[in-house]
Structures are given as structure tokens and as C-alpha cells.
Ligand binder design. Structure first.
Ligand SMILES: *Cc1c(COP(=O)(O)O)cnc(C)c1O
Length: 486
């Protein structure tokens, strides 16, 4: 219950302050009217209690990983140690200036260099650039490298990029932005159940001398490991194309299997998904791009290099695609990834991979009698249901909304587009068996409600600060200003 208004502006009382300063010992000075504003700034006038309570309460109106389970498939809302956040906001990093002489910033350059090395080792690539700001940005950079490579070899005719029908939307979008034509390749299906793995026969059909490359994520967006990856790599390379690895699903294969060993030539890694940066609300991110040896000259500039004992900022090779971000990328995110990698260590990275896989399979097997499971095999870190079992009335959106009443974030719904009622569940490695069991129990309870009283689900949620929203309307006609609400 709000006792005086929901917005901080409505709590405002003229003259109320949240601070008290000692009497000034400096003589008052009146600013020349040229520099003074004409109207008061309309800031809320509130006490310290008002402001702290207001924002604390507002923070609880949203669901976050600090408040409950968050199995949002494909987005990997996993454990991000708070100590890494604290570390990366240390003045030792934030007070650095990008134009300082390199001798005075050896520490941060060492962090960059060693992060480049560790990512190379984890993914089996030769070198990384840490410059891109997100996965999608990494995709664009990777495709620009692909283009530059083919142009360098006088093969500008290679204008087609192949993406599977299960791909994340950013893949075809990036290919388009980079100036390629997108060709879709079908996944393997039995009847109407498709598992998202590449159909080799169809791949052979679409491979020709105009193909620049293929974009894949492995495991794919259905959580299935691409078992024919070596054959895919052989076919694409034989046709003169390159393989691009979308690293958003690296979580279940870290130090278990390496994209480089599978035949990938270019990769991006979403540091904000796999390596310790919380990313709700769209940022901040980092999407380092790694390449095999033959593509190294095309990497964007600048890049951190080591010469003897000195770390240097290298302007890049002559073939470089150039600069794609200001300075060296998103330092704050890179520092968190570095801290995470060092504190986790090689052996435990593999353990994270195995636990994320175990947890996903545990949840999948526990719920497959209540929810339609198109792909029955073992998954990696995530899997997809296609709605409720034998129930067309209650939809994925209804299940998602009802979960909010039980203080759990819904899975990703309506992605991937292979199924009509996709619910993509990614439990992640750090959740306890008790939390997973609570989720399973809640999902079973919702399935029972769907059978016995579907109308309950159609009206959900009941216990959230707002009920079911007009989501399309909210996106098309957003009202984001205080005055608009009045
Ligand atoms: C998240 C994701 C992307 C895009 O990454 P951003 O960092 O959000 O730009 C690409 N592909 C897959 C499979 C993803 O899950």
C-alpha cells in the first residue's frame, strides 16, 4: 500500500530535504542571470527514508535473479559473483584514461592480453579481439572478417551465408547488415518433430561457389549437440566457405569441447552470458571475436600484444577490417570475465559445463509427462517444450504468466520458431536440487490447473504489481514519462 503516491514525484513535499549541510563559511555568490535557469528543475523533494524506501520497493516490483529462479533459455541468466562487480568498479580501473601512455597502463593491458589468451584456449582459436560490445556486434564483426577474407582471395562472388532454421534471429540479421544474402538450411525432422541439427542432404544442396560461410551455434538453440559437426565443417570447407561459431551456447562445453577443434574459423563469445556479467535490461555486454590463424590479419584494430615484457596496443595488420568500437571495448565486462576465469580455474569450468547439462536433463525428464517434448534425446544446458501435453487450449504464454504468481521467471517463450508453443528452459549450473524441485513441482501444478481449470491460467498473473499487459501496445505506444501517466 502506498501511503502517499506511487511515484517519487508524488512523494515530493515542498522544502523537504534528504540532506543537511553545515552553515556555509563561504560568502554567497549570485550567478550571472545569463547562466541561471529560469524555472526550478522540478526535482522531487523527499527525505532520506522516502528515497531509500521508494527505490527499495520499486526494485521488488520486478523479478530478478536476486529474487527468484530465472530459467530464461538462450539468455543464460547464471551466477555472476558480486565480488567481480565490485572489483571491476574499482577506481584502479575506472580512473584509467584510454589515452594514457602504455607504460602507465600495463596492468589493464595484461588483463586484456591474458583474457585474449584464455578465450583462445577455451575455444581453440588462435587469437581474440575484445573490441565488440555484444554477441550481435561480434557476429557483424565476424562476418566482416569473412567478407574481407573472400575479397582478399578475389572471391567477392561469395555473397551467401547459410543459417539453420533454428538460428537465433541475430544471425540472419547480422548477415544481412554485413551485406550477405541469407540462405536457410533445414534441420532434421521426424514427422513434425525437428531437432534443430543440420540436415546434411539439404546442406549439400545449398552449398555452391557463391557461399561465403555458415553460422552455427553448438549446442544449437534446442540444446542439442550438432553430432555431424565434423562432416558439416568438411563440406563447408570443401565448398570454399568458412564456419562461424555463435558462442552464446558455450556454457555446456567449456573445457569439454572446443569450436576450433570442430572446424570453426571464426567465433564470438558472449562474455555477458557465460563469463560473469549480469545483463538484464539490455546491457552492458561484450562479444569478443576469435579467429583461426589464417584469419588473424583481418581482426579489427586495435589489439593488445606482448613484446618482451611490455604489453602494447597494436594498430592491426594491413588487412584489418579497421576499428569497430571506441578504444578497446567494454573494459568493465572484460575485467569481470578475467576475474571469473581466474577464480573458477580450468577444471571447474568443465564442471560448470557438466552441471548445467545435468540440471537441464533433470528438469526435462521430470516434466516430460506434462509438457510436450519434441526432442527426446539428452540435451546440453537447455531444452525446449512445445506447449502442454494434449492441451491446445492453454498456451505457452498462459503458463509463463502463471509462473510469475509463484515468484519464478518464465522460460523463454515462442523461441525458437520451430514450434508453435516453444518454452525454452535453461536452469543453469548453480541452482540447488531444492530450487529445481520447486520449479518442477510448480510446473506440474500449472499443468494440473490447465487440465482442471484452464480459465485460471488465462487470467494469470494474479499476484504481480500489474496483471496481464497489452505487450504489443506497450512496445508500440510506450508511455515512459511521468506526465504521460496522469
Ligand atoms: C543472445 C544470443 C545472441 C545475441 O547476443 P547479444 O549479446 O544479445 O547480442 C546470438 N545468438 C544466440 C544463440 C543467443 O542466445
Amino acid at each position: 500500500m502506498a501511503y502517499y503516491g506511487d511515484l517519487i514525484f508524488e512523494k515530493s513535499v515542498a522544502g523537504r530535504k534528504g540532506y543537511s549541510l553545515p552553515t556555509s563559511e563561504v560568502e554567497e555568490y549570485t550567478l550571472d542571470s545569463r547562466f541561471a535557469r529560469e524555472d526550478a528543475p522540478e526535482l522531487p523533494e523527499v527525505s532520506e527514508f522516502d528515497v531509500v524506501r521508494h527505490y527499495t520497493n520499486v526494485s521488488f516490483k520486478n523479478h530478478g535473479i536476486e529474487t527468484g529462479f530465472y530459467p530464461l533459455g538462450s539468455c543464460t541468466m547464471k551466477y555472476n559473483p558480486k565480488i567481480n562487480l565490485e572489483l571491476s568498479s574499482s577506481e584502479k580501473f575506472t580512473a584509467l584514461h584510454p589515452y594514457q601512455p602504455v607504460e602507465t597502463v600495463q596492468g589493464i593491458l595484461k588483463i586484456y592480453y591474458e583474457t585474449q589468451r584464455m578465450l583462445s584456449e577455451i575455444s581453440g582459436m588462435d587469437t581474440y579481439s575484445l573490441n565488440p560490445f555484444a554477441g550481435a556486434h561480434g557476429e557483424l564483426v565476424g562476418l566482416m572478417i569473412m567478407k574481407a577474407f573472400h575479397e582478399h582471395n578475389n572471391e567477392s562472388n561469395r555473397t551467401k551465408v547459410i543459417v539453420p532454421d533454428s538460428a537465433h534471429g541475430t544471425n540472419p540479421a547480422s548477415a544481412k547488415v554485413a551485406g550477405f544474402d541469407v540462405v536457410e538450411v533445414r534441420s532434421n525432422c521426424e514427422g513434425d518433430s525437428c531437432d534443430g541439427t543440420i540436415n546434411l542432404e539439404h546442406l549439400k544442396e545449398v552449398l555452391d561457389e557463391d557461399v561465403a560461410g555458415i553460422m552455427l551455434t553448438n549446442p544449437n538453440t534446442l540444446g542439442m549437440f550438432e553430432k555431424d559437426i565434423l562432416e558439416v565443417a568438411r563440406l563447408v570447407h570443401e565448398a570454399g566457405g568458412l564456419l562461424y561459431y555463435d558462442g552464446a551456447n558455450l556454457n555446456p562445453i567449456m573445457n569439454v569441447a572446443r569450436p576450433g577443434d570442430m572446424g570453426f574459423d571464426i567465433t564470438h563469445i558472449n562474455l555477458h552470458k557465460t563469463f560473469s556479467t549480469p545483463h538484464g535490461g539490455g546491457g552492458p555486454g561484450s562479444g569478443p571475436v576469435g579467429v583461426s590463424k589464417r584469419l588473424k590479419p583481418f581482426l579489427p584494430a586495435p589489439i593488445v600484444r606482448k613484446a618482451g615484457d611490455l604489453y602494447l596496443i597494436d594498430g592491426g595488420a594491413e588487412e584489418s577490417i579497421g576499428q569497430i568500437s571506441h578504444f578497446l571495448g567494454n573494459m568493465n565486462v572484460i575485467v569481470k570475465a578475467y576475474a571469473y576465469l581466474l577464480s573458477t580455474g580450468r577444471r571447474h569450468l568443465a564442471e560448470i559445463s557438466r552441471l548445467s547439462t545435468l540440471n537441464a536433463n533433470y528438469v526435462k525428464e521430470s516434466l516430460k509427462d506434462d509438457y510436450e517434448l519434441p526432442v527426446k534425446e539428452n540435451c546440453k544446458h537447455e531444452f525446449v517444450f512445445d506447449g502442454l501435453k494434449d492441451n491446445d487450449e492453454v498456451r505457452a504464454i498462459d503458463v509463463a504468466k502463471r509462473l510469475l504468481d509463484f515468484d519464478m521467471h518464465p522460460p523463454t517463450v515462442y523461441f525458437p520458431l520451430l514450434y508453435g508453443e516453444s518454452m525454452m528452459v535453461e536452469p543453469v549450473e548453480n541452482e540447488s536440487k531444492q530450487t529445481l524441485d520447486a520449479f518442477i513441482e510448480t510446473m506440474k501444478h500449472i499443468a494440473k490447473e490447465a487440465r482442471e481449470n484452464p480459465e485460471t491460467l488465462k487470467q494469470a498473473p494474479y499476484h504481480t504489481p500489474v496483471r496481464r499487459l497489452d505487450e504489443a501496445g506497450a512496445a508500440r505506444n510506450p508511455r515512459v514519462k511521468f506526465k504521460d501517466l496522469l
